[in-house]
Ligand binder design. Structure first.
Ligand SMILES: Cc1ncc(CN)c(N)n1
Length: 214
């Protein structure tokens, strides 16, 4: 079994909780309160900026030039494509400026940036993988189970789309190849980082649902 299959098995209980959590359930049904979606969008705009920085750091640190290019492209995608989506949502849902960083966003972005800067680069790659993979899985899950007139359809389409799917496939292949060159202990450290980021994905949606501030 390759590393990503083992890592997914390790987070299956977290992923199941994500599928069942109120934010995702109501997003899928189109009944999520606007205030909660606005909170999420605002925090996600902060998140994406720092996620892109973490990806760029990993790109700079990886020895393999193909991986360097892939991570620089992931970083560009995070800034350009996802910000464009958020710019349109900011207008559509009447959000003007970014608000303050909420605690979970603060925790998550610092976890990603410190791991990208200081951990073994393969561990850093594992830490950003849930940001790709869980979003793809949840995007597909919601897409298959939602109504045409869901007001959050654009968001859903982005993460269930083919373009995003290609980056996910590429990130998975890079992580598997990286894991093959690691010792079992190093693979374990990759899995721990993957689990931590998966828990933070859960917390990110949960904190938006609870409008959690300092
Ligand atoms: C918190 C979070 N994690 C992941 C993604 C998808 N890149 C996102 N937009 N926001």
């Amino acid at each position: 079994m390759n590393w990503t299959n083992k890592a997914w098995l390790a987070i299956t209980p977290i992923y199941t909780r994500i599928q069942e959590m109120p934010f995702i359930k109501e997003l899928k049904e189109g009944t999520l309160a606007l205030e909660k979606f606005q909170f999420y969008m605002d925090q996600d705009a902060h998140y994406l900026e720092h996620f892109a920085r973490a990806l760029a750091i990993i790109g700079a640190r990886t020895k393999n030039v193909d991986n360097c290019l892939a991570f620089i492209r992931f970083a560009e995608g995070a800034v350009v494509v996802e910000r464009a989506l958020h710019d349109s949502y900011f207008k559509e849902f009447n959000l003007k400026e970014r608000g303050k960083l909420a605690p979970t966003t603060h925790h998550y972005i610092h976890f990603l940036e410190s791991t990208a800067s200081l951990a073994q680069v393969e561990v850093a790659m594992a830490a950003v993988l849930p940001c790709f993979w869980i979003y793809k899985e949840i995007g597909d899950f919601i897409y298959k189970n939602t109504a045409e007139n869901n007001p959050y359809k654009n968001w859903i389409d982005t993460y269930a789309g083919e373009e995003f799917g290609k980056s996910v496939t590429s990130a998975l292949a890079i992580c598997n190849a990286a894991a093959e060159n690691c010792t079992p202990e190093q693979q374990e450290a990759m899995t721990e980082a993957f689990i931590a980021a998966s828990n933070l994905e859960f917390m990110f949606w949960d904190s938006a649902y609870k409008l959690h501030q300092w």
